[in-house]
Ligand binder design. Structure first.
Ligand code: PAF
Length: 286
């Protein structure tokens, strides 16, 4: 695996790969890699000649300083994992390399950024858009791979590509879960043993929503989720929403959307976890 920390060096290396007419799949990450990231690498590997990963904990997408300060960093472990999983090129720049000057771009994504993560983490998606645009310019890949755990981020990035007419295909990849259902996330390592033991309740309750969508109204499904989460003292609900997965309009009846999806953000102490699940609703418009 070739490892670069300077933009000019990785651009040269990628130029050489492109000269061979090779295709490149890009997996951007913030490190603390887990099986979810590896699934993105596997998918990229299966669809391209080369896989490029980046590890960069992007300061401008954190609206909460403590979350940034406590974000897990394990570069040596990550590098070994990437080598083992046949990543070809790693870009691991410093903050100064990516942002020689403080970035000041302002993106606008309408409804997509007004709700859920956008509303609860002000500035977060602007920060994601700034770094993803920059990384796309540097890596110049044919495709880029994003997990559906950050479903709203995936939609924002698709909107970014459209807005800027970028010549890149965004490939959505399914959520990878632990055996007990907990969605894989770099933040999971911050959970204590007890918190880790109760965290799969988020998955269980989302599954419950999907099951109950066949027999209960949207309001009932929402109320049940909120009540059950509130009954677990270690959990603090940030938001729970059932919205159309394409435009993020909140729905009040199953008939309002062909593709409803449930979205949750929950604090366990100071660790914030998000998860989502598609609702296969019998009553959704056909
Ligand atoms: O999903 C992430 O890990 C980050 O938001 C991303 C896309 C790498 C941008 O920093």
């Amino acid at each position: 695996m070739q490892i670069f920390s300077q933009i000019k060096d990785i651009k040269t290396a990628i130029g050489l790969l492109k000269n061979e007419n090779s295709t490149i799949g890009f997996v951007p990450t913030m490190g603390a890699l887990h099986k979810g990231h590896i699934s993105l690498i596997d998918k990229a590997k299966s669809e391209n000649d080369y896989v490029v990963c980046s590890i960069f904990v992007n300061p401008v997408q954190f609206n909460n300083k403590e979350d940034f300060d406590k974000y897990p960093i394990q570069n040596d472990v990550d590098i070994e994992l990437l080598k083992k999983n046949r990543c070809d090129v790693l870009f691991i720049p410093s903050v100064k390399e990516v942002y020689p000057k403080a970035p000041n771009e302002n993106f606008s994504f309408g409804q997509l950024e007004k709700v859920m993560e956008g509303a609860f983490r002000p500035g977060h998606f602007n920060g994601v858009a700034i770094v993803v645009k920059k990384l796309f310019e540097i890596i110049n890949s044919d495709k880029a791979y994003f997990g559906e755990k950050d479903f709203q981020q995936l939609m924002i990035i698709q909107a970014l590509v459209k807005q800027l007419n970028l010549d890149i295909e965004i490939v959505p990849c399914p959520i990878i879960r632990e055996a007990d259902g907990l969605a894989m996330s770099s933040r999971n390592v911050r959970l204590t043993e007890h918190q880790r033991a109760i965290a799969p309740q988020i998955y269980a309750l989302l599954k419950n929503c999907v099951e109950h969508s066949a027999i209960a109204s949207v309001a009932e499904v929402k109320a049940e989720f909120v009540a059950k989460i509130s009954a677990i003292p270690e959990f603090k609900l940030d938001y729970f929403e059932i919205a159309d997965e394409n435009n993020f309009q909140s729905i009040s009846s199953w008939e309002d959307s062909k593709s409803p999806r449930a979205f949750a953000a929950i604090f366990i102490d100071n660790v914030r976890l998000i998860d989502n699940m598609k609702i296969f609703c019998n009553f959704a418009k056909s």
